[in-house]
Design a protein around this ligand. Sequence first.
Ligand SMILES: Nc1nc2c(ncn2[C@@H]2O[C@H](COP(=O)(O)OP(=O)(O)O)[C@@H](O)[C@H]2O)c(=O)[nH]1
Ligand SMILES: [Mg+2]
Ligand SMILES: [Zn+2]
Length: 370
Amino acid sequence: MNYATTNQQENNTELLGTVTAVQANFYRVRLANGNLSTKESSFQYLLCTRRTRLKKIGQKVMVGDRVVIEEPDWQDARGAISQVLPRKTELQRPPVANADRILLVFAVAEPALDPWQLSRFLIEAESTNLELCLCLNKCDLITEEVRKQWQSRLKDWGYKPVLISAKQQQGIEQLFQLLQGTITIVAGPSGVGKSSLINQLIPDASLRVGEVSGKLQRGRHTTRHVELFELPGGGLLADSPGFNQPDLTCEPMQLAWYFPEARERLQQGICQFGDCLHRDEPNCVVRGDWERYEYYREFLEKAIAYQKNLQDTPDEESHTKLKVKRSGKAQYEPRLATKKYRRRSRRHKHQSLQDIYSDRSVDDLDEDFI
Ligand SMILES: Nc1nc2c(ncn2[C@@H]2O[C@H](COP(=O)(O)OP(=O)(O)O)[C@@H](O)[C@H]2O)c(=O)[nH]1
Ligand SMILES: [Mg+2]
Ligand SMILES: [Zn+2]
């Protein structure tokens, strides 16, 4: 093969891949199987930078993005992302592009299954408009009878949960089939067995089980780190700490659509008022005796309060933050410049993505990385 033909071929075949991790200005890209020739096949991943042109046009690169890679350096497994293909879906919390579904994991015991907390997570998951799969773990801890009770109760809510035991490896195969070839975000409170489940599905993931990071529990650091793990046989899983604290930030008018019970009623009938919030309005088709109606009312008040708070917040807020002094007096102070302009420490600059991911302590990293 002469040099000219090789060039020709390289121009014709675009090198495509999927971003599986983002750290600082580096992107780890899983190469699509289809475009690997023999020369390249020893690499599954390239560590990439983003072309300046993309930065200039403000094109962000997210985990899950399908990208075109230029100038691959097969020696060092490096490359440059030159293009981001149009996204099928885009989530902000956690930041993932092209996700197909949310796998919401709860435990039936240890911790006890709390219908209210489960509903909060379900609403958050429903509001993404992604496909939703509810998975109940730790089924080894309850009797067949209690299992049936939950199944029937959740059926009335509009859900058909997959019952599993990560510990006893029950129901895993069924999940495995479902997740094949898709991008799935694993969500749920801590302690329910998400890491145990991912380890069952992906033995290479080696996630630490039973670990609860203090930071993870509390807001700030929770949304930043997302890594996609590859399922043997195809498909990607994101372990999503960012989903741990659902807020009711949705439009009050939308909320009913996130309850399958209410949704069904709205599809079958029409409320008298077009802007019905399904509280005390006459001729409302949603109000009624379904188990979670009280949750609906409670969450609605929260969603209304959230929206009102947004409207009342002065514009100034975006540049300042309310700081409560030791004396108890509250005062606005300038916010730190946005992350983009904040200087990175030297340690951060020099630590490469590979180093960072070679140990699995991603949870402990500073949010400045992303
Ligand atoms: N009995 C039982 N315990 C489980 C099961 N899955 C996980 N666990 C335990 O639950 C605890 C939390 O698990 P982990 O995977 O860290 O939960 P995560 O916080 O959701 O990632 C650990 O002690 C696990 O051993 C299960 O199916 N049955
Ligand atoms: Mg975990
Ligand atoms: Zn109504």
